[in-house]
Each structure stands twice: as structure tokens, then as C-alpha cells.
Design a protein around this ligand. Sequence first.
Ligand code: IMP
Length: 161
Amino acid sequence: MVKTVADQIAHDYAGRQVHMICVLNGALFFAADLMRALPLDCTYSCVQLRSYEGMTSSGRVEEVIPLTTDIRDKDVIVIEDIVDTGTTMHFYKQKLLALAPRSLKVAAMLFKPSQLQYPDAKPDYYGCEIPNKFVIGYGLDMDGLARNLPHIYAVTQSTDE
Ligand code: IMP
């Protein structure tokens, strides 16, 4: 997945400098591997996001750790662990576009197309499409745990109570 995404970005941005925004906590491992696989000049910053879905379905996203880098006129790529409903990326992209980057794309490790509620949140680059399963490992958590597993696993529901 790292190579798939890195090769596409390297092709599309050849000769340009990109600014990566790593979305903590989930994208940490993927972002670190992706940036090391990119034969491009690259700067990066990290943010932490929390998304809410309001009663009126007007979701919004809050920056728990905010972006402190000026991205005006920069080619920006947001690195996400997984795009599920797309709520987080839909609202975060709007926030970033207001900061006037030269371009803005999203690179996600995983993408669950069956769950997507916001078409504009479909990642421009992604490593793999997956069905609607809950996955853990390689940065993805379940209640804060399992992020440090070196591989990705689908969680199966236990019928034991
Ligand atoms: P979205 O806003 O619905 O696209 O969800 C984005 C966030 O939900 C991701 O960045 C993850 O933190 C979390 N998430 C969605 N699906 C999974 C999963 O299968 N495993 C772990 N976290 C997930």
C-alpha cells in the first residue's frame, strides 16, 4: 500500500515540493513509511482531528492539535489512516481550502467505499479498498489499543457474552 500510493504521488508531483499533513493518531505509521518512500522534497506537519455528527447531520471537525504551518500557495497532501463515512475529510478539506493552498489532495491508507457519505471525501490516493469491516493495527485502533500491531486485521464480532 505504501508503494502504491508513493508511486502515484511521485508521478503526479515530479519535480515539485509537497507539504504533507499527517492526521494523528491513526496515520502516524503510514505517513512515516509513505514519506520515506517518496523521492520528492517534502515538508510535513501533524494535526489531530475529532469529528462530530450533530443532530441536524451538520457534522464538523475540530482540530485537537491544530495546524501551525502556513500552507498558502503550497501543494498539500493530507495523509489519513482510513476514509470511512468521509465526514472527517469532508469538513477538514473545507477548513484547509480556506487557507488557500495551491492544491489539496488526500492520501489514505484504506478506503471503505460502501460507507462514503460525502463524494468529495473520496481519497485522491489510497492503498486499498476494503469492505465494511472494522480494522485494527498499523496505526488503527480499537479503544486506543492495537495501533502498534505491525499488520492490519479485521475484527470479528464475538458471539460470547
Ligand atoms: P470518517 O470520518 O467516517 O471517514 O472516519 C474517519 C476516522 O474514523 C478514521 O480516521 C479512523 O480514525 C476512524 N475509523 C473509521 N473506520 C475505522 C476502522 O475500521 N478501524 C479503526 N478506525 C476507524
